[in-house]
Write a protein that binds this ligand. Structure first.
Ligand code: URA
Length: 204
């Protein structure tokens, strides 16, 4: 099977998933979307209101900010694959519980096995906790960290940036500092050659 076919099969399985109860109140599953040939995967927390309505990840205000941040490093969302730890919206956007995370990362693991990303960008603490459970987002944001065959790049969640200007500035800075890695994911493993902001106009 090609990567596209593998992801399509997973998409259908996720759509009928009953491994936890979240499907019962959700309108749509949100398996993820993007470039299946990519070497960069972004992993957020869970679908919110707009994602649940459309069945697509990061289409609300946090998604708009993510799109802007991608353009700051010369990417568009169609260049990368975007998904979440949790594939059905938790009611009222509550935090997922450990049982839901355990049930749902079953799918994330298979998506990652199909794509084999070189760079995995975690957005927010739930995604960070899954890949680097001992790390705190306030300490490790923006610092590329090797995990198995990937470089994990922990970032603040764009929704947190929308609530807090300091976090917004740090998030933008973290994208810019890691522009080289994001543009050249295949050579990210050496963690070298990070670019600087270079006079770009700030979003915030
Ligand atoms: N927040 C997330 O973590 N994921 C989405 O898809 C949307 C908002």
């Amino acid at each position: 099977m090609t990567v596209r076919e593998e992801l399509l099969v997973l998409r259908e399985k996720i759509d009928s998933c009953q491994r936890c109860d979240l499907y019962k109140l959700a309108n749509h599953s949100v398996p993820g979307e993007g470039n299946v040939e990519t070497k960069i995967v972004f992993v957020g927390e869970a679908p919110g209101f707009y994602e649940d309505a459309q069945g697509r990840p990061f289409v609300g205000n946090a998604g708009k900010l993510l799109n802007l941040l991608l353009t700051k490093v010369g990417l568009v969302r169609e260049d990368v694959f975007i998904t979440n730890v949790i594939k059905h919206r938790p009611p009222e956007n509550r935090d997922p519980n450990p049982g839901e995370v355990a049930a749902c990362t079953f799918w994330l693991e298979q998506q990652l096995a199909a794509i084999s990303p070189k760079v995995l960008v975690t957005l927010g603490k739930w995604s960070l906790n899954y890949f680097l459970p001992t790390k705190k987002i306030s300490q490790i944001h923006g610092v590329p960290t090797k995990v198995k065959n990937m470089v994990v790049l922990p970032m603040y969640h764009p929704a947190a940036a929308l609530r807090n200007l300091k976090i917004a500035r740090e998030l933008e800075g973290d994208f810019l500092k890691n522009k080289d890695i994001l543009q050249n994911p295949n050579t990210a493993g050496d963690l070298g050659g990070r670019s600087e902001e270079g006079g770009q106009q700030s979003l915030f």
